[in-house]
Design a protein around this ligand. Structure first.
Ligand code: NAD
Length: 270
């Protein structure tokens, strides 16, 4: 039987983070659900049983990461896996309208958080010379037009930070990878409160689904499967990688939307 690992999931109370927490526990691991949604995190931890612990963790706060890593070590003796998952859509709108404070706030939740998580997980993992860090990026890391500006810039930086840090930490036995989800059915899409943007978000979401070869949104468990694989020894030769899980969105235009002459068979050999 595989060794029981200790896994910290930020933003673990909802959506993809929740699916990761469930998947780790189903595998027999211990999971620390770090989130600012205290009640949701506690309810989930209770439902998952003694292998789950809910912890207040605001990813903007360095002290909260220090605390989470300390608890992992004191309570369970180690930290094996960190999933840097928490994020928000951040500020929307045209570039000329974005106040610098909005940039700073969104950036702190989406990008600086990943730096803080890696920093403190690396400190906790280095003594054992083993560990796996998975950063949740996005298709927006790789292509423009799928998200607001700050989100896109920060998620692109998450992928580059993953690659850069993976080169250093692999020498301590720690692998660092990223997952780039496509359109996944989670509260992140419905959490935008401004009514004007709510309608627009719904439109953008439908457009993406229409544009992809697999015409449906993904489910959080479909991202959790990729995260669990990257976190496990089954991916032992994978490092500094950004794994796209998007139903084929970035692969290109769906076959059904291609011109008829391309879809029909025309023999070349006479
Ligand atoms: N859903 C998608 O279509 C999609 C696509 C690409 C990438 N992603 C990424 O997946 C990850 C998870 O998003 P989701 O779709 O599950 O959304 P979600 O809103 O369901 O979950 C995000 C979680 O992060 C938490 N969070 C927000 N701010 C926090 C903070 N300051 N400190 C701690 N926790 C905080 C929230 O409370 C929530 O539980 C994010 O990084 C997101 O950018 C999602």
């Amino acid at each position: 039987m595989a060794e029981r690992r200790v896994c910290l999931v930020t933003g673990g109370a909802s959506g993809i983070g929740e699916a990761c927490a469930r998947a780790f526990v189903a595998r027999g691991d211990i999971v620390i659900i770090g989130d600012i949604q205290d009640a949701k995190a506690s309810t989930l931890a209770q439902a998952l049983g003694p292998k789950a612990l809910a912890l207040r963790l605001d990813v903007r706060e360095e002290h909260d990461f220090e605390n989470a890593c300390r608890i992992a070590q004191e309570r369970y003796g180690k930290l094996d896996v960190l999933v840097n998952n928490a994020a928000i859509i951040g500020t929307l709108g045209p570039i000329a309208s974005i106040p610098v404070e909005e940039w700073d706030y969104s950036q702190a939740v989406i990008l600086r958080s990943v730096f803080l998580g890696i920093k403190h997980a690396a400190r906790a993992m280095t003594p054992k010379q083993a560990g796996s860090i998975v950063n949740v990026a996005s298709v927006a890391s790789l292509m423009g037009g799928y998200s607001p500006h700050i989100y896109a810039a920060c998620k692109a930086a998450v992928v580059q930070l993953t690659k850069s840090v993976s080169l250093e930490l692999v020498e301590q036995g720690i692998r660092v990878n990223a997952v780039c989800p496509g359109n996944i059915e989670t509260p992140i899409h419905t959490g935008v409160t401004d009514e004007r943007w709510k309608a627009r978000m719904a439109k953008i979401r439908d457009l993406h689904v229409d544009e992809q070869a697999m015409p449906r949104m993904g489910q959080p468990q479909e991202i959790a499967s990729a995260v669990c694989w990257l976190a496990s020894d089954e991916s032992s030769y994978v490092n500094g990688h950004a794994l796209v899980v998007d139903g084929g969105l970035l692969a290109g235009r769906p076959w059904r939307q291609q011109p008829a002459f391309l879809r029909e068979f025309h023999p070349t050999r006479k």
